[in-house]
Design a protein around this ligand. Structure first.
Ligand code: PMP
Ligand code: GLN
Length: 394
């Protein structure tokens, strides 16, 4: 078979994702992995136990394609309690992670030639999924330190072919939450141009300093035109479980369910049972989870600041970003990540990897969902790197 005909051109020269690449490098070199976002704990004991019990005592055969009724009801009840939403269980479709929900939403809602409005920095799956769905991405570039959206830029990006807005909020890797003003701007845009919003809200519960996530679906006139995507991986610190969901009004939910039934059809039932149990935990449980990660964020940020790095405070997610220019380091993000994995034994993610064009190159993302001693050791290594680097320059 000739190479030029092998497979879809999109995938032929596509490298593995930056997360896969950095985690592989960390494994090979033994570096502390603050790159790909995952906790170094195994997840909450009682939720693991619920999954183990369900595996042994409940059905291991195909659950309904839309998800176990108990989990669909638990997601709806959870959002009623935590975000004041009025979703019915039938408006929730369970997926194999947020990634599948994104794929199903884009496949269901994008027709060939449709334009999809997205913001860079963008999560790596977005562009290939949009393209495979036949869509054309219109990328609006956001920049630090405030990552704000402006009406003028939005209006210039929307055309009469734009059908979908794909939004990640809280935003990975910037670690910010959109302010009320920007959300209102987006809602207004969707209504005026008759867009459907696909909202990737996997970080909705991992918010700090008393800040709370505000879902776009709750804004005026957005209830019937929004797909809200969530993931148990982030809420319960079990990124390998890949239990997610997409919520939308009935007309949209039916379409999404059809796309989902021919992607994965369903998701392991024991994990669905355990997540249903987890979502019903009292509100204090989620506060405690947030407080734990907030302490880790502060530990890493304070340590790095003491070591001479300028760190952007994160309002959400498991990430902080180091500003290389403000830190006085004459390296771009890719060079810095290369150097610290080789010389300091710490893996990180260059923020430029989240830009398809015209990247921001002076920010590096570090993941803090790790044990204190791991964070302390990473800080010590980065402090030594900084000293050696300054010494060589001075
Ligand atoms: N969207 C964003 C913004 C993410 O950061 C991630 C992973 N952290 C995902 C989607 C994927 O979620 P899942 O593992 O549930 O597929
Ligand atoms: N969402 C994770 C991150 O931002 C990566 C998940 C993945 O590797 N697919 O680090």
């Amino acid at each position: 078979m000739s190479d030029t005909r092998l497979g879809h051109p999109l995938y032929r020269d596509m490298p593995p994702t930056i997360f896969e690449k950095m985690s592989a490098r960390a494994r090979e070199t033994g570096a502390i992995n603050l790159g790909q976002g995952f906790p170094d704990t195994n997840g909450p004991e009682d939720i693991l136990q619920a999954a183990a019990d369900a595996l042994l005592t409940r059905s291991n055969q195909y659950p309904p394609s839309g998800g176990l009724p108990e989990l669909r009801a638990a997601v709806a009840a959870h959002y009623a309690l935590h975000q004041g939403l009025d979703l019915a269980a039938e408006e929730v479709i369970v997926t194999s992670g947020a990634t599948e929900a994104l794929a199903a939403s884009l496949l269901a809602l994008v027709q060939p030639g449709d334009e999809v409005l997205v913001f860079a920095p963008l999560y790596d799956a977005y562009l290939p999924l949009i393209e495979r769905a036949g869509g054309v991405a219109r990328v609006v570039r956001l920049t630090p330190p405030d990552w704000r959206i402006t009406r003028a830029v939005l209006e210039s990006a929307v055309t009469d072919r734009t059908r979908v807005l794909l939004l990640n909020n809280p935003l990975n890797p910037a670690a910010v939450m959109l302010c009320e003003e920007d959300l209102a701007l987006l809602a207004e845009l969707c209504v005026r141009h008759d867009l459907i919003a696909i909202c990737d809200e996997v970080w909705e519960h991992v918010t700090f300093d008393g800040g709370r996530h505000r879902p776009l679906i709750a804004l005026p006139n957005m209830r019937d035109r929004t797909v809200k995507i969530g993931s148990a991986g982030k809420i319960f610190s079990v990124t390998g479980w890949k239990v997610g969901w997409m919520c939308a009004a009935p007309a949209l939910a039916t379409l999404l369910a059809r796309a989902h039934q021919f992607l994965t059809f369903t998701t392991p039932p024991n994990l669905q049972w355990a997540v249903a149990e987890g979502l019903a935990k009292p509100a204090e449980w989620f506060d405690t989870m947030r407080a734990g990660y907030e302490a880790s964020r502060d530990r890493l940020a304070i340590g790095l600041r003491r070591a001479g790095y300028v760190v952007q405070p994160g309002a959400a997610t498991w990430f902080v970003t180091v500003d290389l220019i403000a830190s006085g380091l004459a390296l771009d993000d890719v060079a810095f990540c290369e150097r610290i994995i080789e010389e300091a034994g710490v893996a990180a993610i260059p923020v430029s990897a989240f830009y398809p064009a015209d990247p921001v190159t002076h920010l590096v993302r570090l993941c803090f969902s790790k044990a204190d001693i791991v964070l302390d050791e990473a800080v010590a290594r980065l402090a030594a790197f900084r000293l050696a680097h300054d010494g060589r320059r001075g």
